[in-house]
Design a protein around this ligand. Structure first.
Ligand code: MRU
Length: 342
């Protein structure tokens, strides 16, 4: 892993290529993927080489531009949009970005649809980057008196353009001198915490420790933490939040210990058309992700497994939702509607 303080760039569009850090080989190798088509990008999203709610949206936007540059024909736009939207079901940012780029192409008068798609994809990318800085500032203001935080999964620059979401808040707390240490949970089965959050915290020079997922509740109850802060994949209109599996358990533990449980994300992750968490589709992934890691087999090869990639945390367990437009607190239908109206 290279120098502390170095920035992580998860995604960049150059010429006719989308270049992305392959997140399945981090932190051991910093290897770049070169993606040339919608099917390349959809494949990278499906296997989590590109992951994190805002980042998969941005990647999908660029993918539509790539595909239209290869074939500007009549069916291409709809085919690419369908392929990309189907890559992963839970994070609303994917559908959000695909729908925005599709609408921009359809409404453009240009004879070059790929250019219209690229302009919109770049706009989404820039907006998410700007949102990241505002989320960082709003979250650090909110947690000014909190010094030891726990986070789950990876919500940094590998998951969202700019500095990320929850990890951007942690970064900002550290830059302001308020953070003592961050604890990252491993985040089984794919170890986004152990591999990716640790990689980013080390790069940024932020003091950190890694804990297994099952240690988190005890650490929270034992007074080792002042706050829990996580990202989100879809926020329903009533404030229920879908995020990486294990989030719900952390929220329950935080509530029992009266520790603030904070969710951070851009407003592009708020799905006003989804009434509550009950309507959110939870992605079920391959059972082999539970049975084995890249290096080792963990159980008998034919053990039946459950592998929901996300869970839903009810709004009532969430102390505050930090977005680029401000903070919703308490988190409910009224506070979200007010936030979206800003
Ligand atoms: O399955 P992943 O790794 O894409 O899941 C990511 C998460 O759950 C993140 O917490 C969420 O996307 C917010 S990222 C800024």
């Amino acid at each position: 892993v290279s120098t502390a303080g170095a920035t992580v760039v998860a995604l960049r569009f150059e010429g006719r290529t989308l270049r992305a850090l392959d997140q399945t080989v981090l932190p051991w190798r910093e290897q770049e993927l070169e993606l040339h088509s919608a099917s390349d990008v959809a494949g990278a999203i499906r296997c989590l080489q590109i992951r994190g709610a805002p980042l998969i949206g941005v990647a999908a936007g660029y993918a539509i531009a790539l595909e239209l540059a290869r074939d500007p024909g009549g069916q291409t736009l709809d085919r690419a949009c369908r392929l990309l939207k189907d890559a992963r079901p839970t994070a609303v940012n994917l559908a959000y970005a695909v729908d925005r780029v599709r609408a921009a192409v359809l409404s453009s008068e240009s004879a070059r649809p790929a250019e219209a798609a690229l302009t919109e994809a770049r706009a989404i990318h820039a907006e998410e980057e700007a949102a990241s800085d505002l989320i960082a500032a709003n979250g650090a203001d909110l947690l000014a008196d909190h010094h030891r935080v726990l986070t789950h999964c990876n919500t940094g620059a590998l998951a969202a353009p700019g500095r990320g979401t929850a990890l951007a808040v942690i970064d900002e707390m550290w830059r302001r001198g308020g953070l003592e240490r961050a604890i990252a949970t491993e985040t089984r089965p794919l170890l986004q915490g152990a591999r990716l959050t640790v990689y980013e915290l080390r790069k940024r020079g932020i003091p950190h420790e890694l804990a297994v997922d099952s240690a988190a509740a005890g650490l929270i109850a034992g007074g080792w933490l002042d706050a829990v802060i996580v990202g989100c994949d879809r926020v329903a209109a009533n404030g229920d939040v879908a995020n990486k599996v294990g989030t719900y358990g952390l929220a329950l533990a935080a509530q029992a210990a009266r520790v603030p449980f904070i969710v951070a994300g851009p407003t592009s992750t708020i799905d006003e058309s989804c009434p509550s968490g009950a309507e959110i589709t939870i992605e079920e992934r391959d059972q082999d992700e539970v049975r084995r890691t890249q290096e080792a087999t963990l159980t008998l090869a034919d053990t039946p497994c459950r592998n929901p990639a996300f869970d839903v945390t009810p709004a009532g367990l969430i102390t505050a939702l930090v977005t680029e437009r401000g903070v919703a607190q308490p988190v409910d239908a009224d506070s979200l509607a007010a936030l979206m109206a800003r």
